[in-house]
Write a protein that binds this ligand. Structure first.
Ligand code: NAP
Length: 283
């Protein structure tokens, strides 16, 4: 039976450290760290994510500024708000909750977030820096995965890592982080031929597909490290990952559960990125 990577406990540990550093910042700067959260429309999953982010901010002493815009807001109004926040000294980080309603161009909106306030790590400059192995704001979910590997002493150097999924927010930055950590990385996606044989060769496998229990025991090498980013509902409506946890756990060496694995780390790394953005500008 594998060691279960406890994302909840690790997130609590990191959040306690963040809280101390936030208090130090507040003392030195004489003001609170500010995170602006922009939510457009009434997507219920997005509403839950935003609520959780605001709550997490409160817990560590970061002041959140929430902006709720109607689903039919014109692009110009959204852009205007972001431009205003970009120039606001109270705001250290700006987060636009994705996805945006279809009529809005998210690329156009995200481009207005200054690189040093881009706490999601989605700006072209931060993505470019990540590819070049330079210090930058890193997308929160894959960053959280790297923290987990680090905490559990899981070696990446020279290991074969397979990332299943190539989204801009998870798969691609995940692959880049593993590459920067000296793993030999393969990225798989919906057009990959022989997915099973790619996966079974992996020492470390990261599943970011969005399909319940998609990665099965026969796709896993004995003793592999299995990281499950997926957040899905199974046929009975229960939260589950992309990995068939029950069968895979007996074959691998480490595994993240869902819930309680990668999920709690994502918001934690958002808080961390916000703290770093604020500290960077404190002279
Ligand atoms: P996404 O944008 O939908 O990307 C899914 C990826 O999976 C795509 O690259 C897709 O390939 C690939 N894929 C789909 N079917 C496949 C198949 N049959 N074989 C191989 N690859 C396949 O999803 P995402 O935003 O990256 O999220 C992935 C999962 O992680 C979701 O369950 C999401 O809810 C979860 N998530 C969790 C957190 C967290 O904090 N825990 C954060 C973000 C996301 P193509 O590119 O070829 O279409």
């Amino acid at each position: 039976m594998a060691i279960i990577i406890d994302g909840k406990a690790l997130a609590a540990e990191i959040r306690a450290e963040i809280k101390t550093r936030v208090a130090g910042y507040t003392n030195r700067a004489g003001k609170k760290i500010g995170l602006a959260v922009v939510l457009v429309g009434e997507n219920s999953a997005s509403q839950v994510y935003v609520r959780n982010k605001i709550k997490a901010c409160e817990e560590v002493g970061v002041k959140s500024y929430a902006f709720y815009l109607p689903s039919d807001v014109p692009q110009s109004e959204l852009n205007g708000l972001i431009a205003e926040l970009a120039n606001d000294d109270k705001i250290n980080g700006i987060l636009v909750q994705l996805p945006l309603p279809e009529h809005l161009d998210s690329e156009q909106a995200l481009k207005l977030i200054p690189t040093d306030k881009d706490v999601d790590g989605f700006s072209p400059e931060n993505v470019g820096k990540l590819c070049m192995g330079k210090n930058c704001s890193v997308a929160c979910t894959p960053y959280g995965v790297m923290k987990m590997l680090e905490k559990y002493g899981i070696e990446t150097k020279g290991k074969k890592a397979v990332v299943v999924g190539r989204s801009d927010i998870v798969g691609k930055p995940m692959a880049m982080l593993l590459l920067n950590a000296d793993a030999t990385v393969t990225i798989c996606h919906s057009k990959t031929k022989n997915l099973g044989s790619e996966c079974v060769a992996a020492d470390i496998i990261v599943a970011a597909v969005g399909k319940p229990k998609f990665i099965t025991a026969d796709m896993i090498k004995e003793g592999a490290v299995v990281i499950d980013v997926g957040m899905n509902r199974d046929e009975s409506g229960k939260l589950c990952g992309d990995v068939d946890f029950e069968t895979v756990k007996d074959k691998c060496s480490y595994i993240t559960p869902v819930p309680g694995g990668v999920g709690p780390m994502t918001i934690t790394m958002l808080l961390y990125n916000t703290l770093i953005a604020a500290e960077r500008n404190l002279h």
